[in-house]
Design a protein. Structure first.
Length: 225
């Protein structure tokens, strides 16, 4: 086996360049940017539930000791946690906590879906451009005799473009799409655990819901009659 024979710049340009260009044209710039952002996120630390929970613990103890009404908002550097705790303190309602979490979750899921869809599209297109490169190389086969070198080069390019397309689609873009999907799923699970913990901790520090008081008063009035 000769590894140097597995590298051909022309074949790589046809497959890689064609796949990337077709993906951008088919998916659009918005989805392509979402995919690039998701790929950059793979190299960064994911949502650290333990760290966020430890930072929230001090804030939660203040709510438990002084009540939510007398607690000042604090910012932890995470957009969702900051907005959720601010809404919780401002409205003194668990519903606002869930509403803020749901808004951020929808946005994250939308971006993750766009990224996965784009990478999956690229994985599907790569073998197509491998075949296209094969057809281009076969079209360059010499018509006459006495051109053995050109014939060998054209066949080599045909094989390599097919190989590049299969490898690019199945060993690069498809695994990246799965990695983005797994990261998004793991982050949502971690955020949900933090949200459930926070709700459980602050439930006793929240004032009673007005609706519950109204129902209670009606029940007492009905018994008096």
């Amino acid at each position: 086996m000769q590894p140097e024979n597995l590298f051909d710049a022309g074949s790589a340009l046809i497959v890689v360049g064609g796949t990337c260009m077709a993906t951008v044209l088919r998916c659009g710039l918005g989805d392509t940017r979402a995919a690039l952002a998701a790929l950059m996120g793979l190299g960064r630390t994911s949502f650290d539930a333990a760290r966020v929970r430890s930072e929230l613990a001090v804030h939660v103890r203040g709510m438990q000791a002084n009540g939510v009404i007398r607690t000042e908002p604090r910012f932890f550097g995470d957009a969702e946690i900051d907005e959720a705790t601010d809404a919780l303190i401002g409205t003194r309602s668990i519903a606002s906590l869930h509403r803020t979490h749901l808004e951020h979750k929808r946005e994250r899921n939308r971006n993750a879906l766009r990224a996965v869809r784009t990478l999956t599209q690229a994985a599907d297109l790569a073998p197509v451009f491998g075949l296209a490169g094969t057809l281009v190389s076969l079209s360059q086969l010499p018509a006459g005799d006495g051109a053995g070198g050109s014939f060998t080069a054209a066949i080599s390019m045909a094989v390599l473009t097919t190989l590049y397309g299969l490898l690019l689609g199945n060993l690069f873009f498809a695994p990246l799409a799965r990695a983005v999907a797994r990261r998004a799923s793991d982050e949502e699970k971690a955020r949900q655990r933090v949200l459930d913990w926070l709700e459980k901790q602050v439930a006793g520090a929240l004032p009673a819901a007005p609706a519950a008081n109204v129902i209670k008063h009606k029940a007492v009035a009905g018994q008096a009659r």
